[in-house]
Design a protein around this ligand. Structure first.
Ligand code: PAF
Length: 282
């Protein structure tokens, strides 16, 4: 597996693959790779002959007081892990490769609407940071395909919107969430949980599944179901950002049966902000 840091080197490698008529899939990450990321790489491999993984802890998507400084940076371990899956290259750009004029003078890519609620409301500016860095990676690499995890449901919707709106010919593929045996979604932030919090954390997914089950059994009083779920999570020790039942395609409030729905939540336990969701059709 090739490790690439410079833009020229990246361009050269991409050119070689394209000249050989090979499709390119990008898996953007912030490193600290776990089996969830490995599944993104495996899915990417099903869509393209070449898979490139980027590792960049993007400062512009962290708000003030968030965990940018302490975000786990584990490049050596990540490199070893990627060698065991089928990645062809690892792109590890320095700050000035991504933001040549610095973060404060960067061109911002901002998606309206979809970014206003949920994680966008509790983390103002977060999605601008995400779309700004992803647009830069897309511009640098022009991949045929890019793979994102379903755990960050709102993020993958925002990126799909950005690609459609900017006319980027990149297929966005969403990979199923990978979970521990007790249901907790894999996340780099799980390592902030102490033993007791780790024991409680799967309650988030359980509560999402309970809400999905009520919907499947005909429940339609969304507000009451959301309020009940929030009470359950608070009683378990979570500080809940949001728990919502929405239309899967655009996060609007569902208004008729037959829609694909997403039940999505974000809640903090100690220092760990956990997000998760369940998809269903009613
Ligand atoms: O999901 C993530 O890890 C990040 O938000 C992403 C897409 C790599 C952008 O920094």
């Amino acid at each position: 597996m090739q490790i690439i840091q410079a833009k020229d080197e990246l361009r050269e490698q991409l050119r070689e693959w394209r000249n050989a008529d090979e499709h390119i899939a990008l898996v953007p990450t912030m490193g600290n790779l776990h089996s969830g990321h490995a599944s993104l790489v495996e899915l990417a491999r099903q869509h393209a002959e070449r898979v490139i993984v980027s590792v960049y802890v993007n400062p512009t998507q962290f708000g003030e007081g968030e965990d940018f400084d302490e975000y786990p940076r584990t490049l050596e371990r990540d490199t070893r892990r990627l060698k065991t899956v089928s990645a062809d290259a690892l792109f590890v750009p320095a700050d000035d490769v991504i933001y040549p004029f610095g973060h404060d003078s960067a061109t911002i890519v901002s998606v309206p609407g979809l970014t206003e609620n949920f994680c966008g409301a509790t983390r103002p500016g977060h999605f601008d940071g995400v779309t700004t860095v992803v647009a830069r990676l897309f511009a640098m690499m022009q991949p045929d395909v890019a793979v994102f995890g379903q755990k960050d449901y709102q993020q993958q919707l925002v990126i799909r919107y950005m690609c459609q709106d900017l006319g980027l010919p990149i297929a966005i593929v969403t990979a199923d969430t990978v979970r521990d045996d007790d249901g907790l979604a894999k996340s780099s932030r799980n390592q902030y949980l102490d033993d007791e919090q780790r024991r409680v954390a799967p309650r988030l997914y359980e509560t999402l599944r309970e809400a999905a089950e009520s919907l499947r059994s005909g429940g339609r009083d969304y507000e009451a179901m959301e309020a009940r779920a929030i009470r359950t999570l608070e009683a378990a020790g979570f500080d809940v950002d949001y728990f919502a039942i929405r239309r899967a395609e655009d996060l609007a409030v569902p208004d008729r049966d037959g829609d694909d729905l997403v039940v999505l939540a974000a809640a903090t336990l100690g220092r760990a902000r956990l997000i998760d969701n369940v998809l269903l059709t009613v």
